[in-house]
Design a protein around this ligand. Structure first.
Ligand code: PMP
Ligand code: GLU
Length: 397
């Protein structure tokens, strides 16, 4: 069958493909440790589930407004309002996951050939979303030496002629987190490029560890609100990945455009799940705090174990729930079967087939010498997974 040219610009999502593969292997009875998708292993809190049940029981099974029910949009607007930036319900669109808001934003902002800027390592879907909208991806490189933070002068160079820049702090996959000073430095650069729209993907805003604090670009540069789209959702914070509620807040013309597009594609997000999201945002936040505390313990454990593997270095993430160990010292060597290691793809394939460990290669995230592990898994799985990784790597030629 002949498929559109457009589709040739999209690769299958490596995170979702590998997570599905791990699930299928487990279902077939194989002993598999999956440290793939960014999906909290915690249960959705009972008060959220109860709100969804109540919603279904009272018959919330019809369409809602495309952009979401007013009470949820108001709660989201209040949640993201801050000194210098106040949102109203009309400046919010609720979607079927943050992913949909991001996708729609690219569709609404980019024409063929337009430049979208991402900071590497980046969440892999950004690049495909830009490309499928016809845009060209420009990458600002970072590395461990700079804590995976973008240098303002590099960002400045990339923003020349760009339409969109995506910021993601805390970052998937690196866990990098911008301090107020570092974020201000980026804002100063962005201010000099008045045609650039900022997409601030803050889906990991609550996953911040140690002394670090989360800072939004809107905290340090409220003046940029008129050209910033703030994206967030329930998936990570409230362990609701499969329930698919996300949203975007921003200037009315842009939010209106996202809503118009959504009205011709998926319409409203699931109506009982919108009630679950309302309960999540307005209800008890203790489960979130408990989850983040547990993740912090895992984070320190995983980083310590990775740093102890010969030839592996690992940046300590300040946020999100991934680690991105650097396996450069293995690149250029050979697998036990003699095949060459040109980047971490063959390593992850070997881990999957010969060691029952599923992790994501760094290539699709713009970090070809790294692998990404999610620590949203329990300690037993993490311990087993790290044992397997160490045993596999020490056997390399
Ligand atoms: N942004 C980032 C950085 C992510 O890691 C994810 C994970 N899925 C999303 C957005 C989208 O999340 P969702 O569609 O589940 O709300
Ligand atoms: N964002 C998560 C991840 O990076 C979930 C999977 C996905 O949507 O890509 O693993």
């Amino acid at each position: 069958m002949r498929l559109s040219q457009r589709l040739s610009r999209v690769a299958p999502s490596a995170t979702l493909t590998l997570a599905a593969k791990a699930k299928a292997m487990k279902a077939a009875g194989q002993d598999v440790v999956s440290l793939t998708a960014g999906e909290p292993d915690f249960a959705t809190a009972p008060h959220i589930i109860a709100a969804i049940h109540r919603s279904l029981d009272r018959g919330d099974t019809t369409y809602t407004a495309v952009g979401g029910v007013p009470e949820l949009r108001e709660a989201i607007a209040a949640h993201h309002s801050r000194d210098g930036v106040k949102y109203t319900a009309e400046e919010v669109v609720v979607s079927t996951g943050a992913k949909q808001s991001l996708y729609n934003a690219m569709q609404c902002l980019l024409d063929p050939g337009d430049k979208g800027v991402v900071i590497a390592p980046f969440w892999l879907s950004y690049a495909d979303m830009i490309r499928v909208a016809g845009g060209e991806v420009e990458i600002v490189e970072t590395d461990e030496a700079s804590d995976f933070l973008a240098a303002p002068d590099r960002l400045d160079a990339a923003l020349a002629g760009a339409r969109v820049v995506i910021l993601n702090s805390p970052s998937n996959p690196s866990g990098a987190l911008y301090s107020a000073a570092r974020m201000s430095a980026l804002a100063d650069v962005i201010r000099e490029h008045p045609d650039v729209v900022v997409i601030a993907d803050e889906i990991y805003d609550r996953f911040v560890y140690g002394d670090a604090a989360y800072v939004s670009i809107l905290d340090v540069a409220p003046d940029l609100a008129e050209r910033t789209l703030l994206v967030n959702g329930c998936s990570k914070t409230y362990a609701m990945t499969g329930l698919r509620i996300g949203w975007a807040c921003g200037p009315k013309p842009l939010v209106g455009a996202l809503t118009r597009l959504q009205g011709q594609s998926t319409s409203n997000a699931s109506s009982p799940m919108q009630q679950g999201a309302l309960a999540a945002l307005t209800g008890d936040q203790t489960p979130v705090e408990e989850m983040v505390r547990a993740f912090d313990i895992r984070r320190r454990f995983v980083v310590g174990r990775l740093q102890a593997i010969p030839g592996v270095t690992c940046f300590e993430p300040s946020g999100a729930f991934y680690v991105l160990p650097n396996l450069s010292s293995y690149v250029g060597r050979t697998l036990p079967d003699g095949s060459p290691i040109e980047d971490t793809f063959p390593i992850t394939a070997h881990l999957l087939h010969d060691h029952g460990l599923v992790v994501v290669p760094g290539g699709p995230f713009g970090a070809p010498n790294h692998i990404r592990l999610s620590f949203a898994a329990d300690m037993e799985q993490l311990t087993k997974g790290l044992d397997r990784l160490r045993d596999a790597l020490v056997a390399f030629g």
